[in-house]
Write a protein that binds this ligand. Structure first.
Ligand code: CUA
Length: 345
């Protein structure tokens, strides 16, 4: 009993200090649908659970005290006596009331579940959602905006931009193993089984950056299969889309020119694409606008020159098992490559 109370207090303290219930990846601090409905259902279950626990504990303590009073200080067993009719009636009422209360609680929870399921499903009825195709790979996310003509397809990775207030339809697929798409502040999880497409609908209410995470163990670097959802106004979203549609920037300086030569002359081109160049690999993320993204390596590192350098030179050290090989570049070549990649806004 004392240990259980300590656990509950520890959980409450964590929540009160913002450790578990708030933040960029907290499902209990929703910022859109159906995350809001799911969080409400969670709080209802939590409240009912605490209520039932307290009531049960109260009656158990009452029973223990009563037994002690009847038995007295001695441990001698009480002789079973025939219950008197008044006590019998009272017990029947108490048991019936408990059964009635249990039934009511179960019905309330059942209807709350129905309501939540309806709310979750209601977004799929939206006739004009923004469709975003997500391809989950070991261990990063390819993001494709394909609803416009081929010339206007936007391809990016690990950073999903969406307009607020609009239903987003994520069409999810996986070419390798089972992954699970999860943005805790916006929606529940959706498993992605190879060969079986799945769709997830959500709508962000407030502009902001929300963390996402693969929620199904998918191999060595499952924990480092993260992404972000950037929810912004329609205007900012269109600006972002236009910037992503523009061809990759051409080298503006001699160093950037050298950097591009290093890139095109190395194994980088076998896995990555930079629009307007001969690099057309599709195994790894599209790098046409890599400098516009806040993070690299699927949310593992901030997109800064030092981190990028470490990632290029020895990705296996940061994400052991990742498909990207090590690169032994001369310091001047590495510096030029970094400058070129950082220019790809
Ligand atoms: Cu992908 Cu875990």
């Amino acid at each position: 009993m004392r240990r259980t109370t300590l656990y509950i207090l520890a959980i409450c303290a964590t929540c009160a200090t913002g450790g578990g219930c708030t933040g960029l990846q907290a499902s209990m601090d929703p910022a859109g649908s159906p995350g809001r409905q799911i969080a409400s259902l969670w709080w209802l279950y939590c409240g009912v659970g605490i209520g039932v626990y307290l009531i049960t504990m109260f009656f158990i303590l009452l029973a223990v005290r009563r037994k002690r009073r009847i038995e007295g200080p001695s441990d001698a067993p009480v002789v079973d006596t025939q219950p008197e009719p008044r006590r019998e009636r009272r017990l029947t009422v108490v048991v019936s009331a408990s059964l009635g209360l249990t039934t009511i609680i179960l019905l309330v929870l059942m209807f709350a579940e129905f309501a939540t399921t309806r709310a979750v499903a209601s977004l799929s009825g939206d006739q004009q959602p923004l469709k975003v195709r997500i391809i989950a790979r070991q261990w990063w996310w390819e993001v494709r905006y394909e609803e416009r003509p081929t010339s206007e397809i936007v391809i990016t990775a690990n950073e999903i931009h969406i307009p607020v207030g609009r239903t987003i339809q994520f069409d999810l697929e996986s070419p390798d193993v089972i992954h699970s798409f999860w943005v805790p502040k916006l929606a529940g999880k959706k498993d992605i089984i190879p060969g079986h497409g799945a769709s997830l609908y959500l709508k962000a209410d407030e502009p902001g950056t929300y963390f996402g995470q693969c929620a199904e163990f998918c191999g060595y670097q499952h924990a480092k299969m993260r992404f972000v959802v950037v929810a912004e106004t329609q205007e900012n979203f269109e600006k972002w889309r236009a910037s992503q549609l523009a061809p990759a920037k051409s080298p503006a300086t001699e160093t950037q020119q050298r950097g591009q030569e290093v890139f095109l002359g190395s194994t980088c081109v076998m896995c990555h694409t930079i629009s307007g160049t001969s690099a057309r690999g599709t195994v790894g993320p599209n790098l046409s606008h890599v400098a516009s993204r806040a993070k690299i390596a699927a949310g593992s590192l901030p997109n800064r020159p030092g981190h990028l350098a470490g990632w290029i030179m020895d990705p296996q050290k940061i994400k052991p098992g990742v498909r990207m090989p090590q690169h032994n570049l001369a310091p001047t070549d590495l510096r030029a490559l970094l400058e070129y990649l950082q220019s790809l806004k």
